[in-house]
Design a protein around this ligand. Sequence first.
Ligand SMILES: CC(=O)SCCNC(=O)CCNC(=O)[C@H](O)C(C)(C)COP(=O)(O)OP(=O)(O)OC[C@H]1O[C@@H](n2cnc3c(N)ncnc32)[C@H](O)[C@@H]1OP(=O)(O)O
Ligand SMILES: O=C(O)CCC(=O)C(=O)O
Length: 378
Amino acid sequence: MQMNKVLINDTTLRDGEQAAGVAFSVEEKIAIAKFLDAIGVDEIEVGIPAMGKAEQEAIANIVKLNLSANLLGWNRAVISDIQASIACGLQRVHISIPVSAIQIAAKFHGQWQVVLQKLHDSISFAVDQGLFVSIGGEDSSRAEESFLLDVVLAAQEWGASRFRFCDTVGILDPFTTHAKIKQLVASLTIPVEMHTHNDFGLATANALAGIKAGALSVNTTVNGLGERAGNAALEEVVMALKHLYHHDLGIDTRRLLEISQLVVSASGHPVPPWKAIVGENTFAHESGIHAHGVLQNPQTYEPFAPEEVGRERRLVVGKHSGRHLLSSILQQHDIILNHEETQSVLDAVRQESVEKKRSLTPQELLHLVQTKQHFRAC
Ligand SMILES: CC(=O)SCCNC(=O)CCNC(=O)[C@H](O)C(C)(C)COP(=O)(O)OP(=O)(O)OC[C@H]1O[C@@H](n2cnc3c(N)ncnc32)[C@H](O)[C@@H]1OP(=O)(O)O
Ligand SMILES: O=C(O)CCC(=O)C(=O)O
């Protein structure tokens, strides 16, 4: 199936920063925006102008950079929020409104007419100001489907240019996502955007399911940073679209590791070694059978080449390693062992890895071989 061009609307600077304990400085926000733009991200949700002066200063400074990416400010359905976005120089606003019964009950005493009125007034105000208006259905995944459709059709009628479907608490699976988005896309003339959360580890899968069902843009965050368990990760969505759906978004993927590290440093939150695409272990091979395969042909245990995302392959010796890897590493140091010696070193590697609770550095391995040879000589 031919896929329409999908746009990335990255929200590291908005939902990413909403991760508990994360607070970017103005300089960090600017650096992240510049980097996202430099690697070819289409649109950046730069923040929430209603938050106050510092946020407005950061956003206004990003606007002044004249980046190629479109810039979007996040707003409640509140006119003063939109005025704050305008004051920052933004020409695109996102207006969010809760659409599920549970949210409307908690925030608007169940008065859905009030919700619709606020949405109407804020869209009309923004459209009158000549702004591009995206609207977001907060908690769309738990909304009653016919109510959700009524709200979005009304928003479309009032001048909204895009609808963001939010799986706010991450409760969808890819099959349900596909069904819901397919129906929505068929009922609307404006494009649908995916916003997925990772509470059950399905954010990227659900984003892809939405795209497959016809959504034309997707919210991502670098490293999947975001509220609670986070959002669909930029690096995962981009690489999955490229390799699983053969849909190249034109993003410079060789810099994905660099931007991941920038966000690690700005957020103060490291990614685990096994983090898809950018984690330290994504191209590290220790196990005997894997390393043997990789030494013959890296594609045996790698879905794509590490250089494609700015990483390098690592072969490390540890508890699970086998003879082929060990011999290959030692050969690089002009050490050739016979079968019996290799097995004896392997046994020692296993023991030392368990004691150290990690793989061994090349120096530790060489030291271990030297010690063994010394004992043999004695
Ligand atoms: C799912 C999401 O990620 S939504 C985005 C969440 N992000 C954030 O909350 C981060 C930024 N937020 C903020 O800085 C502040 O919450 C502000 C500036 C927006 C508002 O601050 P405060 O005035 O102190 O209000 P507070 O945050 O306690 O409560 C939220 C208010 O917004 C209202 N509200 C919530 N969502 C919406 C909405 N989409 N449209 C209109 N009003 C809304 C609530 O009903 C509540 O109104 P009330 O003060 O009249 O009772
Ligand atoms: O943009 C919106 O409408 C809400 C976005 C959001 O962060 C969410 O619903 O999780």
